[in-house]
Write a new protein. Structure first.
Length: 631
């Protein structure tokens, strides 16, 4: 591994490392009274609902039969719903106790702490293996903990509970916090120091969001709890190497190949890890914020946003609704001196509801919440509001400047154009990204901030999602992206299946995508050009086959229903306000057009697409050029 940005700082680590105290304990009433009334009201309300849920339903159970579901039939949801809900309830109660300092929920908090400490494993069933990409074991081995993403998230929650409520818990019994300390040492610190989990990094082995995410949480744990200086030094040195292993997989342009949704788990946890290290070392890594690559990593999220909308360009396992930006993006923007990112985050924060600002934390939530992120938001709230008021005029100017621009992420082949009412993204690169879909050459079009030609996203994860059968899932296949299927052959996954001869000229990208298809497609060359103007988007395909088989079927994924009009030689969508067209300029080459309706039943996809989406299948006659104009 050539890159050693972070490891080079090992020689400057101070002898005495500070504890990490990002927030005061709940006993410091002056600190905790500096919270906006609306956020406090919402958290106290959710605490009442959580307490009522415990009273009527009890704490969520984590039976081994639920765990075993994943091993038996691939179902992740049954166990994970209860796993996350248990932690969400504890998070709410801890926050409420900090807000009120009344002791009302301390007994329930103690119940939650001990239930989590008594779990056989903190890893998810889907992550229950000791070696990367090997089959999961049927049950957890309680004598040999696995440090996965959610063991780290659990450590985060218990560490902050220790920090915030130790004084109150100790009045009941010091054994409560001793138990937290013992479990975190056994399940997190010792495995981290004495085992090698793949996400820690190993020379040139590819990493993903796991690396900074887990690193953030082990740093938080080891520097919040009273671990020895020896332990803290070992954790810090190891974490610096992991950060190098993570950042090596990014190009200088800072593009997150996993997509906008995963930026929250990659770029932002990377920032938090740096901040924790700076806090406990007196600013050991403060210089890295001046590196252009780090600034580019920070600003990636604003470039993926469709201006003035809740949508994001979404390649790989990413939802088009990747969540609003807020406190962490704002703080990262401050660190790298990016007015653009601070402005973007402040605008999105102002447009967020209270529920969104605290990540829609609720007693019935069935996905993860992170106490650290919530607290960062709670205590950045007033600063962001003040920033927005002070910078109101410049914010508007910056927003206007984002309306007409071109961004090319050469490291991944992602090309973005905002031009008038159109926002367009396309992907060159290869089919070997982390969380990859077979989508080399695909494109996405938004019109007036609304989805027009779409990338569907991904369904709820199952055992199949991260297995050799991944590309049997329809959302992963090129036939369900805006791409051709050639002689009934779709694209394949892997680094060798890629775009070549990519060219950028103004608002136009062109690329050869024949290498994204296996040999049985019989394609000799396939060159795609995507041009964006204020009046529309033109996609021109030039191609040639090697043999006598010459079937080309273009797929277009659409958010709204379109019908084929032979008279207009176009797909037509009529709405109350406009008529959207997809014209075929090589009209005599269209053999047939079929529009399919796809029912959306998956709860993850339903967050964006509700009930239905549509796929047009355009079969092209034996021709060497075909053009579509989107307007």
């Amino acid at each position: 591994m050539k890159e050693s940005t972070f490891s080079s700082y090992k020689k400057n680590i101070p002898l005495e490392l500070e504890s990490f105290k990002p927030f005061a304990s709940s006993s410091d009433r002056k600190f905790w009274q500096n919270i906006s009334a609306e956020i406090k009201t919402e958290i106290l309300h959710q605490a009442e609902l959580a307490a009522e849920k415990i009273k009527t339903e009890g704490w969520p159970l984590l039976n081994m039969s639920l765990w075993h579901d994943f091993y038996k039939n691939g179902n992740r949801v049954n166990f994970e719903n209860n796993y996350f809900n248990r932690r969400n309830i504890l998070t709410i109660l801890v926050l409420s106790e900090c807000m009120e300092n009344s002791g009302k929920y301390l007994e329930a908090i103690t119940d939650g702490i001990f239930m989590i400490c008594e779990e056989s494993g903190w890893q998810l069933p889907a992550h229950n293996s000791y070696i990367r990409d090997t089959p999961q074991l049927p049950y957890p081995n309680s004598s040999k903990p696995i440090f996965d993403l959610f063991a780290g998230e659990t450590a985060n929650l218990l560490s902050l509970t220790y920090l915030l409520l130790k004084n109150q818990l100790d009045k009941d019994s010091p054994l409560i916090c001793e138990r937290i300390m013992n479990e975190l040492n056994f399940r997190i610190i010792q495995p981290y120091l004495n085992e090698h989990f793949w996400w820690m990094g190993n020379e040139d082995e590819p990493m993903c969001n796991w690396t900074p995410w887990c690193t953030q949480n082990v740093l938080l744990t080891s520097f919040i709890l009273p671990f020895s200086q020896e332990v803290r030094h070992k954790v810090l040195e190891k974490s610096l190497y992991s950060l190098d292993c993570f950042v090596k997989d990014y190009g200088h342009d800072g593009c997150c190949s996993e997509g906008a949704e995963y930026y929250r788990h990659a770029g932002l946890t990377f920032y938090n890890a740096i901040e924790i290290i700076n806090s406990v070392t007196g600013g050991l890594l403060k210089e890295v914020y001046s590196l252009e690559k780090i600034k580019n990593i920070a600003e990636y999220i604003l470039n993926m946003n469709i201006p003035h909308s809740e949508y994001f360009f979404n390649f790989a396992d990413c939802s088009p609704k990747a969540g609003k930006s807020g406190a962490r993006e704002f703080l990262f923007g401050k660190a790298v001196h990016s007015a653009l990112l601070c402005n973007f985050a402040a605008e999105q924060w102002a447009a967020s509801s209270v529920e969104e600002k605290i990540f829609s934390l609720s007693a019935g939530k069935l996905s993860q919440s992170n106490l650290y992120y919530i607290l960062q938001s709670v205590f950045a709230d007033k600063e962001i509001d003040a920033y927005k008021k002070e910078k109101a005029l410049s914010l508007q100017e910056e927003n206007d400047s984002l309306q007409d621009r071109v961004i090319y992420y050469e490291s991944t082949g992602v090309f973005i154009v905002h031009s008038g009412i159109y926002s367009v993204a396309s992907k060159a690169g290869s089919n070997a990204d982390s969380h990859n879909h077979n989508d080399t050459g695909s494109f996405i079009i938004y019109k007036k901030g609304q989805p027009f030609i779409i990338d569907v996203g991904v369904e709820n994860y199952t055992q199949k999602t991260f297995s050799p059968e991944r590309y049997e899932i329809w959302t992963m296949q090129s036939a369900y992206h805006n791409l051709p299927t050639l002689n009934n052959v779709m694209q394949k996954d892997g680094k060798e299946f890629r775009a070549e001869n990519t060219g950028i000229s103004g608002k136009t990208i062109s690329m050869n995508i024949e290498k994204a298809y296996p040999a049985e497609s019989q394609i000799e060359f396939y060159r795609r050009k995507i041009s964006t103007e204020k009046t529309g988007v033109t996609v021109t395909d030039n191609f040639k086959f090697r043999g006598n088989k010459k079937q080309t079927v273009l797929s277009l994924m659409m958010s709204r229903k379109f019908e084929y009009s032979k008279e207009k030689n176009a797909l037509v969508c009529k709405t109350e306000t406009s008529e959207d067209l997809i014209k075929f300029t090589s009209g005599n080459s269209v053999k047939s057009v079929k529009v399919e309706e796809i029912q959306i039943n998956d709860s993850r996809l339903q967050k964006t697409w509700k009930e239905k989406i549509y796929r047009a299948l355009i079969e092209v006659q034996d021709t060497q050029q075909f053009e579509m104009i989107f307007e």
